[in-house]
Each structure stands twice: as structure tokens, then as C-alpha cells.
Design a binder for this molecule. Structure first.
Ligand SMILES: Cc1cc2nc3c(=O)[nH]c(=O)nc-3n(C[C@H](O)[C@H](O)[C@H](O)COP(=O)(O)OP(=O)(O)OC[C@H]3O[C@@H](n4cnc5c(N)ncnc54)[C@H](O)[C@@H]3O)c2cc1C
Length: 412
């Protein structure tokens, strides 16, 4: 087959490139930016995604730079423990849950791709503008960077849009889609160098969105100074929002008030926030699920296909699962049009369910439930508020929908 043209060298695009290369399908990746830099803050790879990256031989490289997360721990805003459950290897999965700096993950994927496929297979400064197709292939039009004026056209067998939440190709196929859907929650994301919190590999969720929720987890192993790089996200219901931009700086003064009295024995939250290296602001938005992704020889993958609110640690993982499904479909079908249709059939409905569940009942619904049942007051005994069985059922329900229950992974 002619080259698969991959648009975007993010998490989905690089994973797709690696998976295609592993199967002997030639590809080239075209990335908008001039240089791929380790940007972003924390990201999670749940065991279903870790399994796919392990199959590509990347588990040792990830283990070196990431944290193998051991537990999910939920508190109310008074610092009282609501629920704790093991994660990843500690929960009996065959592969870890990795909490990792997005830049570190991208660099692991990038280095592997360059080493295996060759540096000529990745072309930077190539901002996709549009795609055309005929019976024998695709012609993808690029400019030299997002504001570049020089144009060139690249020919390939199929084109896969892995160009993220502001996908140019999604816009080409759905020009009237309109603005993202704002969830009513604004996020401030940051990283702080701090001594290990709880187990040193805990994923903490605390509080509730109406007056302030925090998600906190370490993303790099402890350094010689005894500190870890710890990712945090403050999430607060906020009426207005500014356009999404992964790199928009945020101001601590805009949200610290919500956490002013969060001085717990497991963490002094205001001091932790104030010690941040970097703070970014991002609205919690998604898009309505699309009716289709594949148009002949072109399809969408990852955030370009199914942007979701980040409440289930699933954005990167679903992009990785898309990549695996797409490669399997290309191997199975000689006709690329049939392959892209089969990929869509396998992944569109599954990811639509996750997009919708992330709006209504993601893992942090546990916090909402306790918030409502206690009228936002401290409790005496958690068992008098909600039973352990109910909490487990809420957590397991999400895992089934997102495709990482232990049974699902064993049979895949
Ligand atoms: C700069 C940046 C920072 C991020 N930070 C975080 C974070 O801190 N935490 C988190 O959970 N998620 C973050 N994400 C999003 C996260 O990577 C995705 O949600 C998820 O991993 C799915 O990956 P993806 O490959 O679909 O999209 P992405 O990983 O977003 O990759 C999209 C890629 O396409 C490139 N691109 C965009 N438009 C074009 C175009 N027209 N032509 C060619 N290339 C194009 C982008 O530069 C990027 O490399 C970030 C994304 C970006 C781009």
C-alpha cells in the first residue's frame, strides 16, 4: 500500500506510526509544529492503554520516566477519606497504570518511532490544511506551520487525522459543527515539586466541582532531593470560559480561594498550589459525538475523533486504542476504504459511550454522591453515608464502559 499519511505527532499519531511500522505498513507523520517539545502536564495511561504500549515494547522506557500508580483515593473537602481502591498492578492487572508527564510520554513514543522507522518518516513544520481524494489515494495539503504561506501537497494511500482537539480535518468534514460544549467547569492545571503524598503513587481526588475539586498525582519518580513532580488539577464550576488552548497560562489568585482552608494531615493544599512550577488554565469542554469519522480514504483518530472531558483519565488511552484498532483493520482488509469503515464501526460507538459517561458518571461521581448525601458537611462514619459495595459498583461501572475492566483485558 502507498504510505499512510498521519496528520499530527501527538500521542495518537506517534502510537499509530509505531503500530503501523511494527506490521510493515509504511507511513509518514506530518506535524504542524517546527519542533516537538515536551509540552503539557500530567496524563494517565490506564492498564488497557499500557497493554498496547507494552505490546510495542515500550513498557521499560515508560517505567523509567513514569509512576506506576498504586491507588485511587477519594476525600471530601474536609479531608475525610471516602474510598480507596488499588490500581494497575496493585489491583491485579497484568500492566501498570502509568501516571506520566505528557511530554515524557510523547518523547518515549517519538524516540522509538525515529529509531525504528527512521527520521525521514517524520516531517515537522507541516500544518495540514485540507485533504482531497480519488480512487487511488489521498492528496493532503500542508502549509509550513500554522501561519505559514508556503503550500505543498503530499500523496498517500490513506490519511489519518490525529491532529487533536482543534483538528483541521474534522473541520473540513464537519464545517458547521460550532463551538465546543462547555461543561460549566474551568480547570487550572499545574505541576509542583513536593515530597511524596500518601503512598507516593496515589491518585487523589478531593472535594466537589461546585466549590472546588482537586485531582493530584505524581508523574515523575522521586529525585535526589527526595521530591517528586506532582501534577494537580483544580476544577471549579465557573460560568464563563475562554477558548481552549493547551498552553494558556493561569493565575493562582483566580482559584486559590476555593482551597484556602484545605490544610490536611496528608497535604497542605494551598502551600502545595503556591509552590507550583507552572500553572495553566483550560476549560473543561468536549464536542458532541460525531455520526461518522471515515470518509472514503480519510478518517479521524484520538481527540480529533472524540474529544472528551478529562474526568476519566481516558483521552490518551482511547487514542492508543484507536491506533490499535485501525492497524488491525488495515491488516484485515485489502481495500483501505473498507478498512477505515471497519475501524469506525469498531471504535465510534465505544468512544461515544465514554464521551457521554465522562459528562455524567465518571469516576469522580463518587465525590458527587457523598457531597449530595451529606449536604456538604463532614460525616461521622462513611459507612453511614454510602456502603463500600455502592462505591465499588460505581467505580467498576466506569471501568466496564471505558473498556478496562479486568475481564475485558483478559479476553482482549
Ligand atoms: C500542547 C499540548 C499539551 C497537552 N497537554 C495535556 C495535558 O497536560 N494533559 C492532558 O491530559 N492532555 C494534554 N494534551 C492532550 C492529550 O495529548 C490528548 O488529549 C490525548 O493524548 C489524545 O492524543 P491525540 O494524539 O489525539 O492529540 P494530541 O496529543 O493533542 O496531538 C495532536 C497533535 O497534532 C498536531 N497538530 C494539530 N493541528 C495540526 C495540523 N493542522 N496539522 C498537523 N499537525 C497538527 C499537534 O501539534 C499535536 O502534536 C495536550 C495536547 C497538546 C497538543
Amino acid at each position: 500500500m502507498d504510505d499512510v499519511i498521519i496528520v499530527g505527532a501527538g500521542i495518537g499519531g506517534l502510537t499509530l506510526g509505531l503500530a503501523l511500522h511494527a506490521c510493515g505498513i509504511p507511513c509518514r507523520i506530518f506535524e504542524s509544529t517546527a519542533e516537538i517539545r515536551a509540552v503539557g502536564v500530567g496524563i494517565n495511561l490506564l492498564p488497557h492503554a499500557a497493554k498496547e504500549l507494552a505490546a510495542l515494547g515500550l513498557e521499560p522506557a515508560l517505567a523509567k520516566v513514569a509512576i506506576a500508580t498504586t491507588d485511587a483515593t477519594f476525600f471530601n473537602r474536609f479531608g475525610q477519606l471516602i474510598y480507596q481502591e488499588p490500581l494497575g498492578l496493585a489491583a491485579g492487572y497484568e500492566h501498570p497504570q502509568f501516571s506520566i508527564h505528557r511530554g515524557d510520554l510523547q518523547m518515549v513514543l517519538l524516540e522509538a518511532f525515529l529509531a525504528r522507522a527512521g527520521s525521514d518518516r517524520l516531517v515537522t513544520n507541516s500544518h495540514c490544511i485540507a485533504v482531497e481524494q480519488d480512487e487511488s489515494g489521498v492528496s493532503v495539503v500542508f502549509s509550513d506551520g500554522p501561519n505559514g504561506t508556503a503550500r505543498r501537497t503530499v500523496r498517500g494511500g490513506v490519511a489519518i487525522a490525529c491532529d487533536g482537539i482543534n483538528s483541521a480535518l474534522r473541520k473540513q468534514f464537519f464545517p458547521g459543527e460550532g463551538d465546543p460544549r462547555y461543561s460549566g467547569v474551568n480547570m487550572w492545571r499545574g505541576v509542583t515539586r513536593w515530597k511524596p503524598i500518601l503512598s507516593g503513587a496515589s491518585m487523589v481526588r478531593a472535594g466537589w466541582l461546585s466549590h472546588g475539586k482537586m485531582v493530584i498525582y505524581p508523574i515523575r519518580p522521586q529525585g535526589a532531593d527526595g521530591l517528586q513532580l506532582i501534577n494537580w488539577v483544580a476544577e471549579i464550576e465557573t460560568p464563563a470560559y475562554r477558548k481552549r488552548d493547551w498552553n494558556r497560562p493561569g493565575a493562582i489568585a483566580d482559584f486559590i480561594g476555593a482551597f484556602a482552608d484545605w490544610h490536611f494531615d496528608w497535604l497542605d493544599v494551598p502551600a502545595f498550589i503556591r509552590a507550583a512550577d507552572q500553572v495553566l488554565e483550560f476549560p473543561m469542554v468536549d464536542q458532541e459525538p460525531l455520526p461518522r469519522w471515515s470518509f472514503g480514504r480519510v478518517t479521524l483518530l484520538g481527540d480529533a475523533a472524540h474529544p472528551m472531558v478529562p474526568r476519566g483519565s481516558n483521552g490518551a488511552g482511547q487514542a492508543i486504542l484507536d491506533a490499535r484498532a485501525l492497524v488491525a483493520a488495515l491488516l484485515e482488509h485489502d481495500d483501505p476504504v473498507a478498512a477505515l469503515a471497519a475501524y469506525e464501526k469498531q471504535r465510534l460507538e465505544a468512544t461515544t459511550r465514554i464521551v457521554l459517561t465522562n459528562r455524567s458518571n465518571p469516576p469522580d461521581a463518587i465525590l458527587r454522591e457523598v457531597f449530595q448525601r451529606t449536604n456538604d458537611r463532614p460525616f461521622g462514619r462513611i459507612d453511614d453515608v454510602i456502603s463500600r459495595e455502592e462505591l465499588v459498583a460505581m467505580s467498576e461501572g466506569y471501568k466496564r464502559i471505558a473498556g478496562y475492566s479486568k475481564e475485558a483485558l483478559r479476553t482482549r
